[in-house]
Design a protein around this ligand. Structure first.
Ligand code: GLC
Ligand code: GLC
Length: 822
């Protein structure tokens, strides 16, 4: 493969990815915000903002899948004589003399230069603030005085992006704004445009766009500013250098400030723009009839209205990330590994925690809420960083469970309510609650979470302990076994598209939620079987730990029975079967015409080590290499489906090599890698891992891969696809947490456990000595590992100068030095 064009590079020292060409093969985005107020921002400043929930509280408008791509964002237009340009190149696309976008940890800095003027914008959401800061610095690098006309631009979304996109008969009449351009008592200096659509009735929230300097004009009506037949690239007001001072009444409200700037040679000026969100109490909504109460907006603005205040908030944000990323740090000397482990993988985990699968450039933010299984998995990616929020997340998730152990497949973050549109019936879902909870307790030692009283379906009065929720989760599997004593699959298992009880010939119905034929079904899942064994064993250990020995024994029996069922009915000779269909026929068997082998059951059954003693694990792992592996990773199934099989559902609806039909669905590759790790096959584990590790892909395939090279994507087109290696659905994927879990615990081998840290690496023979610094509860461990060419097996551990027995470093506060020899 010849060297591909590169669009950027890593800057590890600053924890940034530096994009040097705005025409990336796809918008390369970043996320701003860490708690309530969030923004998506592309390398050309496209994207949007929302408060907590991209579905119900959208602040600015975005156009998905548009022509040109990535339309709508926060745009600064600079008119310098007859030249109009933007620091991020778009929307004018005026060729720049210099362009750079630096995506960092919760911030993005975009710099453009044109005709001797440099414009640099720092975008971030300060900690605990409901606002996006845009600090624009204009610098005159020429030898003449520059007189520039600066226009800002944001377009308001009408709060609910779904109705905003379709209900125009109403929307075109509801838009309302207020404008504050003159300083009066109590108001901040500068100019503020308020967006208050629907505030007159049921909403108690509004948004604003502020700049900290006086303006010479403004616009709030899109049609007036842009011109009906123009584009963002050539708005009338900007092209003529004349704001219209328009006041929006209905149609499409926007916010644009107009500022005249004079810069002497060498001079630079800062402008702080602030996009904020405010909620008022019901009885304090108005300061006068029809006039919104701006007290809180003024207070927020006054906290961020100077360069000094903004710089301080930015320093706090950086310190926050320093602290988070200091908890687990590795030094191997391999930059490509270190930068993913120390920076980008952990960063992506935090983003998936915050956004689940809701808002990306592939997820519209209106479709999905927080997934039950997704959120539990995401938890293992950040529990070491923010345990209190992990704890809350577990309780929120468990609160959407039903008394029989089933659960809503998704819930909405704003209301924390289960999502009725999709409902429940995904039979793997409940097990994930154990996965998440156990990870939390091992990290923190906080068993008290098990005693938390948690309701069913958010109904007050139904509370039982969280432990009870765990118990009924596994019982849900035990109570729903099929003819082979394997778990019934329900609507689907982890593979949302393996819809074995949905027989659909109607393209207008959803594969997942359509009325299905589960009555009398024989459809069983080997993936759930493996998941049940893994989480069941964890549950048994947990029960022993808290003295519930009878319960431990009861579950151990169920686990043993499941292992027997898999050995008896789940083995195909060279690999584990994937499932039984509605009629009880094998899926993922050599007997099948297509899709003879699937990755999910290989991953989970090898992680569960089912039949390891009979050679099943080793054979299954070998089969993954033989049939699933390709240049870009392991495909989900092989051979790909070439036709729609209506008993199988959505999986066979995809063209060969895409999505659940034989793409490299990155999320599940780590399961096999962990299987390899447990089996001690370090070389194989590493080679699978490096294939989907973004920094390795970055080096080779920026054009082919298409999506952001600093994070994992959900899927990479598989070997049967038209363009193998092309990535899609970047950012919001369980891949992040699974990559983290795999590398931190199974490859580098630092595993939190109830009583301490277990050391159990699995490495390629070529691995050299490395050091991990791990903050764990109130202790800090400096762990140096000497692999000595071994793939697996710890020979000795020396803790603070004294050898210890076994492989668990017992927990004790303080700073410890550990030497591990393999
Ligand atoms: C998507 C979903 C996840 C599912 C996977 C496989 O990533 O978010 O829940 O397990 O697809 O279908
Ligand atoms: C579609 C997608 C799948 C995703 C599911 C979520 O089926 O193909 O990846 O998990 O929707 O509902």
């Amino acid at each position: 493969m010849e060297q591909q064009k590169r669009y950027g590079h890593f800057d590890d020292e600053h924890r940034e990815y530096v994009i040097t060409d705005p025409k990336t093969p796809w918008p390369w985005i970043n996320y701003l915000g860490n708690e309530d107020f969030f923004s998506l921002i592309s390398n050309t400043a496209g994207g949007y903002s929302f408060y907590k929930d991209a579905k119900f509280r959208r602040i600015t408008r975005y156009r998905y899948n548009n022509v040109p791509m990535d339309n709508g964002g926060r745009y600064f237009y600079i008119k310098d004589g007859d030249t109009v340009w933007n620091p991020g190149w778009k929307p004018c696309k005026t060729p720049l003399d210099f362009y750079e976008c630096r995506h960092g940890m919760s911030y993005t800095r975009i710099t453009g230069k044109k005709n001797g003027v440099e414009a640099s914008v720092l975008f971030f959401v300060p900690l605990k603030k409901w606002a996006e800061v845009q600090k624009l610095t204009l610098k005159n690098e020429s030898a003449e005085t520059k007189s520039l006309k600066l226009f800002s631009f944001e377009e308001w979304g009408l709060w609910n992006p779904a109705t905003d996109m379709e209900n125009f008969q109403r929307n075109f009449s509801t838009g309302e704004v207020e404008i504050e351009t003159t300083v009066h008592e109590g108001s901040p200096s500068g100019a503020t445009i308020y967006h208050k659509t629907e505030y007159r009735e049921r909403r108690n929230h509004y948004a604003f766009y502020h700049v900290n300097v006086p303006v010479q004009g403004y616009d709030t009506d899109r049609e007036t500013f842009v011109g009906l037949y123009n584009e963002f690239a050539n708005p009338d007001a900007v092209m003529e250098g004349k704001p219209r001072n328009s006041h929006a009444h209905g149609w499409s409200p926007i916010a644009s400030h107009y500022i005249e700037v004079t810069l002497a040679p060498g001079e630079s000026k800062d402008f702080v723009f602030l996009l904020g969100y405010i909620e008022n109490e019901q009885d304090k909504k108005f300061e006068a009839p029809q006039v919104i109460n701006k007290e809180k907006a003024h207070a927020l603005i006054s906290e961020l209205d100077t360069t000094e205040k903004v710089d301080k908030a930015f320093a706090e944000l950086n310190a926050y990330w320093d602290a988070l990323l200091n908890i687990y740090k590795v030094k191997t000397g391999n930059d490509k590994l270190d930068r993913m482990v120390n920076i980008w993988n952990q960063y992506q985990c935090m983003v998936t925690f915050n956004f689940s699968r809701s808002a990306s450039f592939f997820e519209s933010g209106v479709g999905r809420g927080m997934g039950f299984r997704d959120s539990n998995q995401d938890l293992v990616g950040f529990v070491h960083q923010i345990p209190p929020r992990a704890r809350q997340r577990i309780i929120d998730i468990a609160s959407t469970q039903f008394p029989d152990g089933g659960c809503y497949h998704q819930y909405q973050p704003l209301t924390k309510r289960g999502n009725n549109d999709i409902g429940g019936g995904f039979n793997d879902d409940p097990c994930w609650l154990i996965f998440g909870t156990v990870a939390y307790i091992k990290e923190t030692g906080d068993f008290s979470i098990l005693d938390e009283m948690v309701p069913f379906d958010n109904q007050p009065g139904t509370e039982v302990t969280l432990f009870e929720h765990l118990k009924i989760s596994l019982n849900h599997v035990i109570n729903n076994l099929g003819p082979h004593m394997l778990p019934l699959i329900g609507r689907a298992d982890w593979n949302d598209c393996l819809n074995l009880n949905c027989f659909s010939w109607d393209p207008n119905e959803s594969f997942q939620t359509t009325e299905n034929v589960s009555e009398g079904t024989k459809a069983e899942s080997l993936m759930i079987a493996g998941l049940f064994v893994v989480t069941g064993k964890e549950y048994v250990t947990l029960c022993e730990k808290i003295g519930k020995h009878d319960e431990a024994a009861r579950m151990q029996k169920a686990v043993d029975a499941m292992i027997e069922a898999v050995k008896k009915h789940g083995w195909d000779g060279e690999w584990y079967l994937r499932a039984y269909d509605f009629y009880g026929r094998k899926i993922g068997s050599n007997e099948c015409e297509e899709a003879k082998i699937f990755i999910e059951s290989q991953g989970w059954c090898t992680m569960a080590e089912i039949g390891a003693e009979d050679g099943m694990v080793a054979k299954s792992l070998d089969s993954c290499k033989k049939y699933l592996e390709c240049e870009h990773g392991m495909v989900l199934n092989n051979p790909a489906f070439t036709k729609y099989i209506y008993e199988y559902g959505e999986i066979s609806s995809y063209p060969e090599g895409y999505k659940e039909n034989a793409s490299i669905f990155c999320h599940n590759n780590p399961w096999v890698i962990i299987g390899e790790g447990l089996a001690g096959r370090g070389n194989d584990a590493w080679s699978h891992y490096a294939k989907i590790l973004p920094s390795y892909v970055e080096e080779k395939y920026q054009t082919l891969h298409k999506v952001e090279p600093y994070v994992n994507c959900q899927m990479v087109a598989g070997k049967d696809a038209f363009r193998p290696g092309e990535g899609k659905n970047s950012w919001l994927t369980g891949t992040a947490a699974w990559m983290w879990y795999t590398v931190s615990e199974f490859i580098l081998g630092i595993k939190p456990d109830y009583d301490g840290i277990r050391i159990d690496p699995c490495l390629p023979e070529t691995a050299g000595d490395y050091t991990v610094t791990r903050r764990f509860r109130d202790a800090e461990y400096d762990i140096t590992i000497h692999p000595n060419g071994q793939q697996k097996g710890v020979k000795s551990i020396v803790l603070d100068g004294s050898p210890i027995e076994g492989t668990v470093i017992p927990y004790s506060t303080g700073h410890h030095h550990i030497e591990v020899t393999m």
